[in-house]
Design a protein around this ligand. Structure first.
Ligand SMILES: Nc1ncnc2c1ncn2[C@@H]1O[C@H](COP(=O)(O)OP(=O)(O)OP(=O)(O)O)[C@@H](O)[C@H]1O
Length: 314
């Protein structure tokens, strides 16, 4: 198997005047779980469609599993599609009908093993019409695994799943990656990406604004806003004003009912210095943490989305 599962160069896709993808370069390692993230309209679905061979690029090249995307499509790639199931058929019938369309794959044992793998063995003979969104999502995953795809494309994997279902979905995807399957997942949920992905690609308006490990993405967040609760807010404001580069305001999320909470923005070392001064002055720190988690803050910074904090000096 090639070391690089997906290789895109100058990949561009237009729909009339709309440039959905604009010169995308991408290298995804075999057996990795790669997250695709970006604001609405960034081009994620368009890229997933190209990876699956559902549409063709306007220009540029796309190789999947060492071959042209047309060669890989269908046999080597799979797509998790919960809503695309037949509601009147049972879970088992859905999988059997899909596998019967693909010669050489229609073994009853495979279907049962797949139902078991996604935790639906107990409801194998129930009609899908009565399934919850999460159950459909898991059956969609089982359907995508028919034919043992080497590239699995997943859109919002945890959509509609309760915490147990989500853990199960994550475990299945991690197992697949450990077996050498390359997983590309598109999600708006940074917590899913953080739990699953080796690397992420951040798209904005059809362009790649970041690609690499999550740890590197977190470091792109710039200065974070911290929620700070102390035993003496007035002293805290006064001490913060002595630390260069630090901005403080009342926490806008809680101002109506809690005037002790402040929001502090500044470089990490300045926040550390404030904490040192607070402790030295006998003011206890009851809460200190980022208002927006670092990955989300990086997303907002790199996609140019507005931040909530109005900068007001102490
Ligand atoms: N078939 C199409 N015809 C015309 N325009 C399209 C088509 N498909 C996508 N687009 C446009 O291409 C751009 C990228 O769309 P795409 O659906 O890939 O974004 P996305 O990142 O998946 O968004 P979302 O998070 O909202 O699903 C958008 O401006 C969209 O309107």
């Amino acid at each position: 198997m090639p070391a690089t599962a997906v290789r895109a160069r100058s990949l561009t896709k237009t729909f009339g005047d709309v440039i959905a993808l604009d010169g995308v370069d991408l290298d995804l390692s075999t057996g990795s779980i790669h997250g695709l993230v970006g604001p609405n309209g960034a081009g994620k679905t368009t890229l997933l469609g190209l990876l699956l061979g559902l549409s063709r690029p306007t220009s540029g090249t796309l190789e999947v599993l060492g071959a042209s995307v047309e060669q890989a499509a269908g046999s080597a790639t799979g797509f998790v599609d919960g809503p695309g199931l037949y509601p009147s058929l049972t879970a088992r019938q859905n999988l059997s009908s899909i596998s019967s369309l693909r010669p050489g794959l229609a073994e009853a044992g495979t279907v049962d093993a797949l139902l078991d793998r996604v935790g639906l063995a107990d409801v194998a003979d129930d009609p899908v019409r009565g399934f919850s969104l999460g159950m459909r999502q898991r059956l969609g995953l089982a359907a995508a695994l028919i034919g043992e795809p080497q590239l699995l494309v997943v859109d919002e994997p945890a959509n509609g799943l309760d915490p147990a279902g989500k853990r199960q979905m994550h475990a299945i995807l991690c197992d697949l990656a450990a077996d050498g399957v390359t997983v590309v997942l598109s999600s708006h949920r940074m917590d899913d990406l953080a739990a699953l992905c080796d690397e992420v690609t951040l798209l904005t308006a059809g362009r790649v604004v970041f690609t690499g490990p999550l740890s590197k993405l977190a470091s792109e967040s710039g200065d974070l806003d911290y929620r700070l609760v102390t035993t003496d807010p007035a002293a805290t404001r006064r001490l913060a004003s002595l630390v260069p580069g630090l901005w403080v305001e009342a926490d806008p999320a809680n101002a109506r009912y809690d005037d002790r909470a402040l929001v502090v923005r500044g470089p990490e070392h300045a926040v550390d210095e404030l904490v040192g001064r607070l402790v030295a002055s006998g003011t206890a720190v009851r809460e200190l943490g980022p208002v927006v988690p670092p990955l989300e803050a990086a997303f907002l910074a790199l996609t140019g989305s507005p931040s909530d904090l109005r900068q007001v000096s102490a």
